[in-house]
Design a protein around this ligand. Structure first.
Ligand SMILES: [Zn+2]
Length: 386
């Protein structure tokens, strides 16, 4: 883990991502896995993925998920693996998620030592761009999805909330863009029949009605992140920056709003979009509005199959004397790689290293819980492949 953490592997540092991949690859080779490096087209500007497979007929077909990259790019100050005390260490990606990657390797090595990997069917997939997936994801996640479809159970080793919580669901993320327009002219004419209400009042009406209609729905959130309005507006997605020109005595002609939409199921996402479209269509006099939606990461829905998998982990935890394990709040987590395949296989996430402060300098790993979580994983793999 120390070696892996001390190699910078920010998503855009291709060389670093590959170096971490090579470090792990050797461990899989030594256990008799077939290893491959999945290249992505240059246009995606991503390092690629490491895949280790073994085929057999014993037990369930397992798909294990990790990622090689971190949010810390080479241009940021580097913080090496450092032991803070007897139960805590810090370093870039120690918890998200090199700790989880090493946990997968260590658990497999435990089984390998006992001859228990023989005739099992296990695919380990470490992506090189989880923190910022290469676009389009239809290309950067194609091989990942194709291979996952051939398995029965997917286990992801992103940060564990604690010893007693795993994720049976994760919310999906998507985007929307709202544009409104109105008739421009002297401000003294606003609200009258000829001039109407202008683009800014129309945008305000829509956003307020979104909030009124949908803000209390469980697991649904939508955040207008940017708004630009005036006589002329311009927004640059690449720079995440916009400009507007306008005057207090001129009725605003244009508004652009961009936001996200997070959801627990496709059904919830689609219902929210329908409701938003309905609201957008009820224009104030002399205005018009348009909303467009873009898909991002799908949701990992809380299925019965995932719940059943949780009960296997719960039983192991109790057998180990560590107490019960329950499902965490899906609202507390963002989307992850597992979300791309959750519709095809039974899934659990949040099985990796526990700690604090992922994505921030100074993130930590809990070294007291780490061996216990690693043992739990070894037992989980054993029981699923017996
Ligand atoms: Zn992660």
């Amino acid at each position: 883990m120390e070696k892996a953490v001390n190699i910078n592997s920010g998503t855009l540092n291709h060389e670093g991502v590959r170096a971490v991949g090579n470090l792990f690859r050797k461990e899989f080779d030594a256990m008799g896995f077939t290893t491959e490096w999945i290249q992505l087209p240059d246009s995606l500007n991503r390092a690629g993925h490491l895949v280790a497979t073994r085929t057999g007929s014993k037990g369930k077909k397992i798909f294990l998920i990790g990622h090689l990259d971190t949010v810390f790019e080479k241009s940021m100050p580097f913080s090496p693996y450092t032991r803070l005390n007897d139960s805590t260490a810090t370093g870039q990606g120690v918890n998200d998620m090199k700790g989880g990657d090493v946990m997968i390797i260590a658990a497999l090595q435990a089984l390998h030592t006992q001859g228990l990997l023989e005739d099992t069917n296990i695919t380990v997939y470490f992506t090189g761009d989880e923190e910022s997936a290469g676009k389009p994801t239809s290309i950067s996640r194609k091989d990942f999805i194709d291979r996952a479809k051939k398995s029965e159970i997917a286990l992801a080793y992103e940060t564990a909330m604690s010893l007693d919580i795993v994720a049976t669901a994760r919310r999906g993320a998507s985007g929307w863009e709202l544009s409104t327009s109105g008739k421009t002219g002297h401000s003294s004419g606003i609200f009258n029949q000829n001039m109407g209400y202008g683009a800014i009042y129309e945008a305000a009406r829509i956003l307020d009605q979104f909030r009124e209609a949908l803000s209390q729905e469980k697991y649904l959130t939508f955040n207008p992140g940017v708004i630009v309005g005036g006589t002329e507006v311009d927004y640059d997605y690449g720079k995440a920056a916009g400009t507007s020109v306008g005057k207090t005595n001129i009725i605003a002609q244009k508004v652009l709003v961009t936001g996200d939409l997070r959801f627990i199921s496709e059904k919830q996402k689609n219902a929210a979009r329908e409701k938003m479209k309905e609201i957008v269509a009820q224009n104030l006099p002399m205005t018009s509005a348009k909303i467009t939606f873009s898909d991002g990461i799908p949701a990992m829905e809380p299925t019965d199959a995932n719940q059943k998998l949780l009960s296997v982990v719960d039983k192991i935890s109790q057998d180990m004397g560590l107490g019960k394990v329950r499902a965490g709040d899906p609202g507390a987590r963002g989307a992850g790689d597992i979300s791309y395949i959750a519709q095809y296989v039974s899934c659990l996430d949040g099985l990796g290293a526990s700690g604090r402060g992922a994505h921030a300098p100074g993130e930590t790993i809990n070294l007291r819980e780490y061996p216990l979580l690693t043992q739990r994983t070894a037992l989980l793999l054993y029981r699923l492949t017996k």
